[in-house]
Write a protein that binds this ligand. Structure first.
Ligand code: ATP
Ligand code: MG
Length: 398
């Protein structure tokens, strides 16, 4: 087992940043928006750095710096405005976080984010932690392509960097398909993973403070469609308590060994033979943790704020069963090629529905426009209502 990062080992003193200070977030997407909401609830001012003047987070923050992630002037402006800075997006260049960290509290650290940005480094970290992952090979040359072991096929070719929501991935059946797929991905460094027989998928969201304290959300069960998260159920209907504990222990170990400060989500596969395999991790709140806003007494976004300002981490308690449905842009096209607003008024008439829309200007297929969490006393109640909401919106049953 490797040693945790030096800063984590030393138990670096936790800075206490009091309400009234300004918290910044790199990236203006929906995760940044929900971070801003949580920070504002706790009495902080908020700033967002994003080049898009209509970014979902920029629309609700006190300040927006309109610049690219590596723009010197933009980074200087964000640092000048903020007491502490976090990120909502793992593809922020590490150099930008390092630049900010020279003068400001930044969490997570560039080093943590850099590992999560790269599938090969990420898998090496899982292996260092003794957590299994899919058999894989790194493909970064023609020779590497030719030397691929047969047991990795059929497989999934994934770009090593900058993939999300199933983008930058191709399923491949055989050697010829692999060569084609690598061409289609512009011959960038990729990871080829064996296609595993999945029984179901789960994820665990962990929050870790600078002093090493850790808490986690309950285990979430996730259904993906076309590589994009579609449905999350909590409690996880198919994961027994022993499996849940194994996933929690693995996620905590992965976060601790990374010396991570902030929120981190680990996605797992549960295989047909019952084995638990780590898929990937994200150094930030995660789509599968959105239920925590409405179904837990502490959300993943408040946890992100707490880790950033050095506030206490308290174990979140799930007070309601929950089903979360992602609302993709496809729903706007359920009744034809001209985008029409989904039937929100009918969905809002259902009991226990919490609708979250991100104020994105244009609905596009595959684009995350919002999510909906159904809460109820019992899991079956949440599921029944979620199925009714899904039917009204044109989401396939689950
Ligand atoms: P996101 O950002 O939404 O998490 P991503 O683009 O990073 O997605 P992955 O998490 O790597 O993509 O894969 C998306 C989904 O594809 C997985 O949740 C799983 O359903 C399926 N998948 C990925 N890798 C494998 C595999 N090796 N075997 C079987 N299914 C897989
Ligand atoms: Mg994933």
């Amino acid at each position: 087992m490797t040693q945790p990062a030096a800063s984590a080992r030393r138990g670096r003193p936790t800075p206490h940043i009091a309400p009234g200070a300004t918290l910044g977030v790199m990236g203006g997407g929906q995760l940044g928006r929900m971070f801003v909401h949580a920070a504002q609830q706790l009495g902080y001012f908020t700033a967002v750095l994003d080049a898009d003047p209509a970014s979902p987070a920029g629309r609700v923050a006190h300040f927006q710096v309109e610049s690219g992630y590596l723009d010197e002037a933009g980074l200087a402006q964000l640092a000048q405005r903020c007491d502490a800075i976090t990120t909502e997006f793992e593809n922020i260049p590490a150099a930008a976080l390092e630049r900010l960290a020279a003068t400001r509290v930044v969490a997570p650290a560039a080093q943590s984010v850099a590992i999560c940005q790269d599938r090969a480094l990420e898998k090496a970290h899982f292996e260092r932690c003794g957590v299994g992952c899919a058999p894989y090979a790194l493909i970064d040359s023609q020779a590497g392509l030719g030397a691929v072991a047969q047991q990795l096929l059929p497989g999934i070719l994934k770009s090593a960097r900058l993939g999300y929501d199933g983008k930058g991935q191709r399923r491949v059946a055989d050697a010829a398909g692999l060569a084609e797929a690598w061409d289609a991905l512009h011959r960038q460094p990729c990871v080829l993973e064996a296609l595993l027989p999945l029984r179901f998928e789960i994820s665990v969201v962990v929050a870790r403070g600078a002093d090493g304290a850790m808490v986690h959300l309950p285990v979430q069960q996730n259904l993906h469609r076309d590589g994009i998260l579609a449905v999350t159920q909590v409690p996880a209907p198919d994961a027994d308590p022993a499996l849940q504990q194994r996933a929690i222990d693995a996620a905590r170990h992965i976060a601790a060994e990374l010396g991570h400060v902030g929120v981190l989500c680990v996605e797992f596969f549960v295989l047909d033979d019952g084995r638990l395999v780590a898929n990937e991790m994200a150094p930030r709140p995660h789509n599968s943790g959105h239920h925590s806003i409405d179904a837990c007494d502490l959300s993943q976004f408040e946890l992100q704020v707490r880790t950033l300002v050095g506030a206490a981490l308290v174990m979140p308690r799930q007070h309601s069963a929950a089903v979360m449905l992602n609302l993709l842009g496809d729903l706007w096209f359920a009744r034809g090629e001209t985008p029409t607003e989904p039937r929100w008024h009918e969905v809002l008439a259902l009991p226990g529905v919490h609708l979250h829309l991100y104020n994105k200007l244009e609905a596009r297929r595959g684009r995350k426009m919002g999510h909906l969490t159904v809460t109820a006393t019992e899991p079956c109640g949440a599921r029944d209502v979620a199925l009714r909401a899904a039917a009204l919106l044109g989401i396939a049953p689950f």
